[in-house]
Design a protein around this ligand. Structure first.
Ligand SMILES: Cc1cc2nc3c(=O)[nH]c(=O)nc-3n(C[C@H](O)[C@H](O)[C@H](O)COP(=O)(O)OP(=O)(O)OC[C@H]3O[C@@H](n4cnc5c(N)ncnc54)[C@H](O)[C@@H]3O)c2cc1C
Length: 468
C-alpha cells in the first residue's frame, strides 16, 4: 500500500456492541461481515473495516456513543459519503464508524439572514438546489458535489472550481455543533457575518478531518445567486504560456468564477470517457467562467479572450448555456475518466502561489518524465491548486519506488513555490508522512497539543495527519 503505515486494531467487545444496540436500536448498529466491508473504504480504495457501524438519527445518540467509546477506549470515526481521497473516513484502528446517512435534513433556510442550517449528512448538491430555488447561492462545489456530504466538506475544508472567486468551505461555515470527547456538544461561531468573540474554534474545526470531534449541525452562509454566467474555452500549445495567462487575467482586474486547467492526457482521458468534443491535440485547455450581472459579462469575456489570444491560445466562447454545461460536465468527469487510465491512481492536490505558475507548471510535468511515469495534471489553476496524478500499475516494485520519489518531488516543488502539499483533499493517512515537510517541529507540536485537548485518549478518528 502506498504511503500508509500499518496500525494496531482495537476490537469492540460484545458488551459494548450490546450497549450500542440499546442506545440506537438493533437496526442502526451493523456488525456483520458484509456491512463492515461496505463501510471499509473511501475513494483511495484502501480498505480498513470498522468493527461496528452505527447509523444515528439524533445528536443525542452520538453523544451517548462517544461517552461509551471514551470509557471503553474504543476508536470512533465519523464518515460522510466516503468520497475522500486521503483515507480520512477510514477507521484505521477499527472500532466504531459513525455514518451520517440518516442525519441528512436541511433544517432551515433563513432567507432574511441568508443562512442555511443543516445536518452533516446532507448531500452538497441537494443544498445547492434547494437554496438556488430561492435565489440564493452556496458556492463551494467539489467535483463530487452530487454525492459528497456537507459534513465531509466541512471536515476536509473542500474546494472546487468556484472557490477561486468565492472562497472555500471554511469561508461559508458560520457555526458548528460538535460532539467532543466528553459527550458534550460545543456550539462554536455565530450565525452572523461578524463575530470576533474569543478564539475562532469554528475555523479550527473546519478542515480538522474528523480528528477533533463529530459535527452534528452546521450553519452555512449563503449569498445572492449570480444572475448570469459565461464560459470560455482556451486551447494552448505551450504549457509555459498558461501560467502567464492566469496571472494576466487577474492583473486585468477580472475575478473569474472558475479557472480550470487540463493537460493533454487529461483531455484525452475525458474524451475517451464521454466524447465531450474537446480538442485531443491541445497541449493544455483552460476553461474560464465569469458570473455576475449580464451587462458586465460581455466586457469581461472579451477581455479574457484578448488575454488568452495574446498568450497564443485559440479561444471559443460557449454560445449557449447547454454548450457551457457540456464543458463543465467534461471537467467534472475528469476524476473518474483519469482513474480508468491505470490500475492505481496516485492523486496529489498540491498548491502553488499563483505568481510562480509559469515556472512551476513545466517543472511539474518534467517530474513525470524524469521518473518515466504516466502523469496527468489538471485542476483549479486559478487558485494555484493542481491535481497531479501518477497512473501506475501498482504491482511492479520498481514502478512503485519511482512513483514514491516522484510524489516527494511534487511536494518539494509545491513548497518551493510558496504552496502546500494539499489544497483541498486533506492529509488523512496518505499524506500523513509528508506533514513534516510543510511544518516544523514547533508547528507540529502545537497541532499535537490541540489534538490532545480535544481528544486526550486519541480515540477520535485516530491515525490521521501524523498528529497522534
Ligand atoms: C470524483 C471525485 C471528485 C472529487 N472532487 C473534489 C473537489 O473538487 N474538491 C474537493 O475538495 N474534494 C474533492 N473530492 C474529495 C471528496 O469528495 C471531498 O473531500 C469531500 O469533502 C468528502 O466528503 P464525504 O462526505 O465523502 O466525506 P468522507 O470521505 O466520508 O469523510 C471525509 C472526512 O470527513 C470526516 N467527516 C465526515 N463527516 C463528519 C462529521 N459529521 N463530523 C466530523 N468529521 C466528519 C471524516 O472523518 C473524514 O476525515 C473528490 C472526490 C471524488 C471521488
Amino acid at each position: 500500500m502506498f504511503n500508509v503505515k500499518p496500525v494496531e486494531k482495537i476490537p469492540v467487545p460484545d458488551r459494548v456492541k450490546k450497549a450500542l444496540k440499546e442506545i440506537l436500536g438493533e437496526h442502526k448498529v451493523l456488525d456483520d461481515e458484509m456491512d463492515r466491508m461496505l463501510y471499509s473504504y473511501d475513494a483511495t480504495r484502501i480498505q480498513t473495516p470498522p468493527d461496528v457501524v452505527i447509523i444515528p438519527e439524533k445528536p443525542e445518540e452520538i453523544q451517548e456513543v462517544m461517552k461509551i467509546c471514551y470509557e471503553e477506549e474504543i476508536p470512533i470515526t465519523p464518515r460522510g459519503a466516503g468520497s475522500g481521497y486521503t483515507g480520512g473516513a477510514l477507521p484505521v484502528k477499527g472500532g466504531v464508524l459513525v455514518s451520517f446517512e440518516k442525519m441528512d435534513n436541511i433544517l432551515e433556510i433563513d432567507e432574511d439572514n441568508a443562512t442555511a442550517r443543516v445536518q452533516p449528512g446532507v448531500i452538497t448538491y441537494r443544498l445547492q438546489q434547494a437554496v438556488e430555488k430561492l435565489g440564493l447561492f452556496y458556492p463551494p462545489d467539489p467535483a463530487s458535489y452530487k454525492f459528497c456530504t456537507l459534513g465531509g466538506n466541512v471536515a476536509e475544508n473542500a474546494g472546487g472550481p468556484r472557490c477561486v472567486k468565492y472562497g472555500v468551505t471554511r469561508d461559508f461555515v458560520l457555526t458548528l455543533d460538535t460532539v467532543i470527547h466528553t459527550g458534550e456538544i460545543i456550539h462554536t461561531g455565530r450565525p452572523t457575518l461578524k463575530d470576533v468573540a474569543g478564539y475562532d474554534l469554528t475555523r479550527l474545526l473546519v478542515g480538522s478531518e474528523g480528528t477533533l470531534g463529530i459535527f452534528t449541525e452546521i450553519t452555512l452562509k449563503l449569498i445572492p445567486k449570480p444572475k448570469a454566467k459565461k464560459t470560455v474555452k482556451a486551447i494552448f500549445m505551450d504549457i509555459a504560456a498558461v501560467g502567464k495567462t492566469v496571472k494576466d487575467i487577474f492583473k486585468a482586474g477580472i475575478s473569474p468564477s472558475a479557472l480550470e486547467f487540463m493537460d493533454n492526457l487529461a483531455i484525452n482521458a475525458v474524451e475517451d470517457f464521454g466524447h465531450f468534443g474537446l480538442p485531443r491535440d491541445a497541449e493544455v485547455l483552460l476553461l474560464i467562467e465569469v458570473d455576475g450581472h449580464p451587462k458586465a459579462l460581455d466586457d469581461e469575456i472579451i477581455e479574457i479572450a484578448r488575454i488568452c489570444e495574446m498568450n497564443g491560445a485559440k479561444v471559443e466562447v460557449a454560445k449557449t448555456d447547454a454548450d457551457a454545461e457540456k464543458l463543465w460536465e467534461a471537467r467534472r468527469a475528469l476524476s473518474p475518466a483519469v482513474a480508468k487510465l491505470a490500475r492505481t491512481k496516485i492523486n496529489e492536490d498540491i498548491v502553488f502561489q499563483r505568481s510562480y505558475l509559469p515556472e512551476a507548471l513545466p517543472k511539474l510535468r518534467e517530474i513525470g518524465k524524469k521518473y518515466n511515469l504516466k502523469m496527468v495534471n489538471f485542476g483549479h489553476i486559478g487558485d494555484g491548486n493542481i491535481h497531479a496524478n501518477f497512473m501506475i500499475n501498482g504491482l511492479d516494485p520498481d514502478e512503485v519506488a519511482r512513483a514514491e520519489k516522484a510524489v516527494e518531488e511534487v511536494f518539494e516543488l509545491a513548497l518551493k513555490y510558496g504552496g502546500s502539499i494539499t489544497g483541498e483533499h486533506g492529509v488523512g493517512i496518505t499524506k500523513a508522512e509528508f506533514m513534516k515537510k510543510q511544518f516544523g517541529s514547533a508547528e507540529m507540536d502545537i497541532m499535537r497539543k490541540i489534538k490532545r485537548v480535544f481528544d486526550p485518549k486519541d480515540l477520535i478518528n485516530p491515525g490521521k495527519m501524523d498528529i497522534d
